[in-house]
Design a protein around this ligand. Structure first.
Ligand SMILES: [Zn+2]
Length: 370
């Protein structure tokens, strides 16, 4: 299990239907966060009346098969985990079996962020037969990260100056802690004015507690007994605790439910407010996508025009094209299998690396023989 994001960990629930003996290999924090995300997913589906057919007991039962080890020798294969950047606890997975070696990147990045170091490619195994790599941003070269952070702070300062609110919908795991820490430090260093700042999310606040118990995973610069105990950002659970004007980090990241949706509906109509979209991808009919591209919000079936400014500042934890090519160039695998990206992104990346390695972009459910 490379990391806890639900597009990777969600299918763990299916293991409960298998009779085979299982071993799940992954980091300890991946296990702890996966438990919270899976239970939340089950709860949200129950709430929406489309039960997944699993309950919290299923999650606890599956987690009984979890082994947290960086190296594991199984009867017919050796497994080794390598830090992948991306989010806390994310690993690349190296497999040696039958004289062949394979590396699965999971989601990764080489660049460092304020709270987490990127993947150290020097530690990865060489002479790979197969590299299975993500390709989410295979066709994209992103602007410099510090430029994006400057842009974020400029938007926030401008909005607060006109006594507007700043709404930042983010994902509960990692992105919200990263954003809260970033804003907390910026207020402390006076890069942002002294203002009310909140993180509104029961789930994110639970994950923050987990982060504080694994502080050694994070950058040296933020090492303190509890790295994610904020001086200026208040962790709350209800939006009626917010004193305006304020910076509010809230979940979920696509604005489709909870505090994100309530605040989007409440603040989108007001010209002084700013909504900052930090995700590169938004599902087609998500409220945040409609507000950004179609300039309306829907409340009780009625459409209301968006007057607030909506800005997209993509602070991604994925490798961009330059980092993906850097990895392939460094490892020079015989074959590279591209997954986890739209076909267009994977094809763009394929063009860049096809002189170094044999590239394959498999169809869903396609079986590849090594
Ligand atoms: Zn991920």
């Amino acid at each position: 299990m490379s990391h806890a994001h639900l597009d990777h960990s969600g299918s763990l629930l299916r293991l409960s239907k298998s009779r085979n003996k299982q071993v799940i290999v992954g980091s300890r924090i991946t296990r702890d966060v996966s438990v919270e995300l899976l239970k939340d997913m089950i709860k949200v589906h129950e709430f929406n009346g489309d039960s997944l057919g699993y309950d919290n007991q299923t999650v606890d039962q599956i987690m009984g098969s979890w082994v947290s080890a960086e190296n594991l020798d199984l009867p017919e294969m050796d497994i080794k985990l390598y830090g992948a950047g991306h989010v806390a606890g994310a690993n690349m997975v190296g497999v040696r079996t039958d004289g062949k070696s394979l590396l699965y990147t999971g989601d990764f990045c080489i660049h460092n962020t304020e709270i987490l170091g990127g993947c150290n490619t020097g530690l990865l195994p060489k002479k790979l037969d197969v590299l299975i790599s993500e390709s989410t941003y295979g066709g994209t070269i992103r602007p410099n990260r510090s430029e994006l952070i400057n842009q974020l702070f400029t938007e926030i300062r401008g909005t607060l100056k006109h006594r507007g609110n700043v709404l930042i919908p983010t994902f509960a795991f990692h992105r919200s802690q990263e954003m809260a820490k970033r804003i907390d430090q910026a207020i402390e260093k006076k890069e942002l004015p002294n203002c009310k700042a909140y993180m509104v999310s029961k789930l994110a606040n639970k994950i923050t507690t987990i982060f504080n118990s694994y502080r050694n995973l994070f950058n040296q610069e933020i090492q303190q007994p509890k790295p994610f105990e904020y001086k200026h950002v208040r962790e709350i659970e209800r939006i009626n605790e917010i004193e305006e004007p304020a910076i509010v980090i809230c979940t979920p990241g696509f604005g489709h439910a909870g505090a994100s949706l309530n605040l989007l509906n409440k603040w989108a109509e007001i010209e002084e407010n700013t909504i900052i979209v930090t995700s590169g991808y938004l599902p087609p009919d998500s409220p945040l996508k409609l507000a950004k591209d179609k300039h309306y919000v829907k409340i009780d079936g009625e459409r209301y025009p968006v007057q607030a400014k909506i800005t997209q500042i993509e602070l991604s934890g994925h490798a961009d094209q330059l980092e993906l090519v850097e990895l392939v160039q460094h490892l020079k695998p015989k074959r590279t299998v591209l997954v986890h990206g739209d076909l267009k992104q994977a094809e763009e990346l394929s063009k860049q690396i096809s002189k170094i390695t044999e590239v394959c972009i498999p169809e869903k459910n396609e079986v590849i023989s090594l």
